[in-house]
Write a protein of this length. Structure first.
Length: 580
């Protein structure tokens, strides 16, 4: 048993593997008609902070005849201990192996988790390639933001769900349940079963499509191999958040997770049109949960968990139509209970008035803003709505309310960027720090997070070239050397990791062999800077005869893009109009 292994070995953070959390599902594995393995390719404390995982877990376990159980990536010590004991990684609920489930579903939220997917499949004894799986193997599917370009992982998944899961996933599970008996008995081939699943809107089965390439390596076309398949896969969206499922039996882990709190989604989509943002495209169009539903869910989730923080979630929470009234109601509900209410990055104009005082009346935390660029010209290129007068007015009010720290998000490698734009980042941060002097006499602490622009699929920037590692590191070094203010801290995302993310998110089917080669060389947890092995990735590209720079170059606006068959609900023509 897994408990014996944890007791008799030096496994770090064993609470990752014991399950049995508060509000865990107790549905019978043996009695279930469909057994669904919900997989997150990172550590437990990361996966349990993911709202999508919680939604799918509650949604599927609320269906009659369906048992959904969880799997997360194993840390190296646990993977080694299980291998030495000759055991397969068990689910957190019933302790069953991944291969015993009917459907294995992965949530793909970040490209640098791809090798962890292969590690989880291999540890379970499931063939890595979809083409090598027989009727005895589970159906392996994936969804999440990375599915907006499914091609780099096409070889490893039987199907992808494009878009949101709340309505589509029950359809997939129901369709599989109707096919299961025929499939198990051998009366229905695995490929025929996949063809039936491909009839569900939003389901993409890579093996039913074949790309043709031009002599230079660009895509000529992607052809469906069966007559009734759609040329483009339409993204699934939930029309009404109030009527969609939201988990109330909120699992409470035994260890601290990355976001150890209640996360309450109040909106999906974004009213802004920032040209670099893929998240807006993934969650398009904008939908909002009613204040009444938010308040009801907040009360229920608190009663069932006892958490001391509720975080309102959404791409642009401060654009919620009645955010100040909602915050006032939440603060009134939870002040005496000692429960904090927090917001993600907010717009400066929304701090003018009572909002900042309401937040600070419970817990004075830092404020987060995302100017993205420090000069008006570059903010115009990004189509970033950020008014400086409103911003500094909001800062003054926030500092008067007791705030002491500010976090700022910027990007570098923007179109038309000059050295003066880099200098402006430091000047902007210094102005923010000094703004507090007018209130308290002392400067504010300012943490500046600086990321390289990655021109992602389905954004107006998707045709742009991405700057390389050397150029990025030169700019990072320039900013480090020029910074003299001790109240300002600069944090940079690793340029090599940004490079790999750019390659993987802009790639085509030919990257599957590179991902597999990197995995076989030992790449794991590439999203963790201390475990990222850029040298092994470069060896994998070389051995596969693939030049990663090909994927980072500028795209011709007439060429067929690797993700062109995915219909996100925003036309190519609309993206072209916004492209610089």
């Amino acid at each position: 048993m897994i408990d014996d292994l944890l007791l008799n070995s030096n496994i770090q953070r064993p609470a990752r593997y014991i399950g049995k959390e508060w509000n865990v599902s107790s549905k019978s594995f043996d009695d279930a008609r469909v057994r669904f393995a919900l997989c997150f390719p990172d550590l437990y404390e990361v996966g349990m902070s993911n709202l999508g995982i919680r939604i799918i877990y509650g949604l599927l376990n609320g269906m009659e005849g369906v048992a959904c159980e969880r799997f997360f990536s194993l840390a190296a010590d646990m993977e080694s201990a299980l291998a030495s004991a000759g055991k397969k990684p068990p689910s957190l609920e019933s302790g069953r192996s991944l291969a015993e489930f009917d459907i294995v579903g992965f949530s793909l939220g970040y490209e640098l988790c791809y090798t962890n997917v292969l590690a989880m499949l291999e540890c379970a004894g499931i063939p890595l390639h979809s083409a090598e799986r027989a009727s005895c193997h589970p159906l392996v599917i994936a969804g999440g933001p990375c599915a907006l370009n499914p091609e780099p992982m096409h070889a490893f998944f039987d199907a992808f769900l494009i878009g949101e899961a709340e309505e589509a996933l029950p359809e997939i599970v129901a369709a599989y349940a109707s096919l299961k008996q025929e499939l198990s008995a051998g009366r229905l081939s695995r490929q025929d079963a996949l063809e039936r699943l491909a009839a569900i809107e939003g389901v993409y089965v890579p093996s039913l499509y074949e790309p043709q390439y031009l002599p230079g390596g660009k895509i000529a076309r992607l052809s469906a191999l069966r007559p009734n398949l759609p040329e483009r896969i339409k993204k699934r969206t939930v029309s009404n958040l109030d009527e969609s499922f939201f988990p109330q039996d909120w699992l409470v882990p035994y260890l601290q997770t990355v976001h150890d709190r209640i996360t309450l989604e109040i909106a999906r989509g974004c009213p802004n049109r920032c040209r670099f943002c893929q998240a807006r495209q993934h969650y398009y169009p904008l939908r909002q949960r009613s204040p009444q539903s938010v308040l009801r869910l907040a009360e229920e989730l608190y009663k069932r968990t006892g958490y001391e923080e509720i975080a309102l979630a959404g791409l642009s929470v401060s654009d919620y139509p009645c955010i100040e009234e909602l915050m006032s109601s939440l603060v009134g509900m939870f002040r005496r209970r000692g429960v904090g209410v927090s917001l993600p990055s907010i717009k400066p104009k929304d701090l003018v008035g009572g909002l900042s005082k309401q937040i600070a009346s419970i817990r004075k935390t830092g404020l987060t803003f995302a100017p993205e660029a420090a000069t008006p010209a570059l903010r115009s290129v990004l189509d970033k709505d950020f008014n400086l007068e409103e911003f500094f007015g909001a800062l003054q009010q926030a500092f008067r309310s007791g705030y002491q720290r500010v976090k700022l998000y910027f990007m570098i490698n923007l179109p038309g960027e000059q050295k003066e734009d880099l200098d402006a980042i430091l000047d902007f941060a210094a102005s923010v720090s000094n703004a507090r002097r007018k209130v308290s006499g002392g400067p504010a602490e300012v943490n500046v997070s600086i990321n390289a622009l990655i021109p992602k699929a389905h954004t107006p920037f998707q045709w742009l070239a991405m700057q390389g590692i050397e150029e990025t590191e030169e700019k990072q070094l320039y900013l480090k050397r020029k910074l003299k203010n001790k109240r300002i801290k600069l944090n940079f995302h690793d340029a090599r990791m940004s490079f790999m993310e750019g390659v993987l998110c802009r790639g085509d089917r030919r990257l599957s062999k590179v991902i597999e080669a990197a995995f076989k060389k030992g790449c794991r947890f590439d999203a963790w800077q201390d475990q990222f092995r850029f040298d092994l990735w470069m060896e994998a590209f070389s051995e596969c005869g693939t030049d990663p720079q090909v994927y980072l170059g500028a795209k011709d606006k007439q060429e067929i893009l690797p993700w062109g068959h995915v219909d996100i609900g925003i036309s190519r023509e609309a993206l072209l109009q916004e492209s610089p």
